[in-house]
Design a protein. Structure first.
Length: 149
C-alpha cells in the first residue's frame, strides 16, 4: 500500500480520514488511461471502513479530493464500482456522478467474477485549449504535503 500511495502522490492527491489513531477511510485520484489524450480525466476511489460507514466519511473525503482534482486542471472523474453496491452508488450519485456503463465480468475478487459499473462526474467544462493538469506534488496542497511551502 505504501508504494501505491507514494506513486500516486506524485500526480494525484490521496486523502485519509482518521478517528483517534485508526484510519477509517481514504480517497484518492489516479490516472484514467495511459495515453496522453486522456490526461485531463482521472479515476477516483474511496474506501470507508465498515464501522465508519453511514457517518459521512465518504463525503468528507471525496469533497476535498474532487475540489483538488478540479483545481489541478482535470475535467472529469471516473469511478468504478464493483456491483452490486447500493451504498457506493448512493454516495457517488449524491456527489454528482452519473452512470456511464457496465463492464461485465471484468473484476475477479473473493473467488468470483463481478461486473463493474462506471460513473462519471464532470470537474470542469471541457476547454478547446486546456492547460496541462498540474501534478499533485506541484499543486499548493501537494507542496504543503511535501514540505515545499
Amino acid at each position: 500500500m505504501a508504494g501505491r500511495i507514494a506513486r500516486t502522490l506524485a500526480t494525484h492527491p490521496w486523502f485519509v480520514a482518521e478517528k483517534g489513531d485508526t484510519i477509517v477511510g481514504y480517497a484518492y485520484g489516479s490516472e484514467h488511461r495511459s495515453r496522453r489524450a486522456y490526461r485531463w480525466s482521472c479515476d477516483v476511489s474511496v474506501y470507508v471502513a465498515a464501522a465508519a460507514r453511514g457517518h459521512g466519511v465518504g463525503r468528507a473525503l471525496y469533497r476535498p479530493l474532487l475540489t483538488t482534482l478540479a483545481d489541478q486542471g482535470f475535467t472529469a472523474a471516473f469511478a468504478g464500482i464493483t456491483l452490486p453496491n447500493p451504498a457506493s452508488i448512493g454516495l457517488h450519485e449524491h456527489l454528482g456522478f452519473t452512470p456511464v456503463g457496465v463492464f461485465r465480468d471484468v473484476g475477479f475478487k473473493h473467488g468470483a467474477w463481478h461486473d463493474v459499473g462506471w460513473w462519471r462526474r464532470p470537474l470542469a467544462l471541457p476547454d478547446p485549449a486546456p492547460r496541462e493538469p498540474v501534478p499533485f506534488m506541484n499543486h499548493r496542497r501537494g507542496r504543503a504535503f511535501f514540505g515545499k511551502d
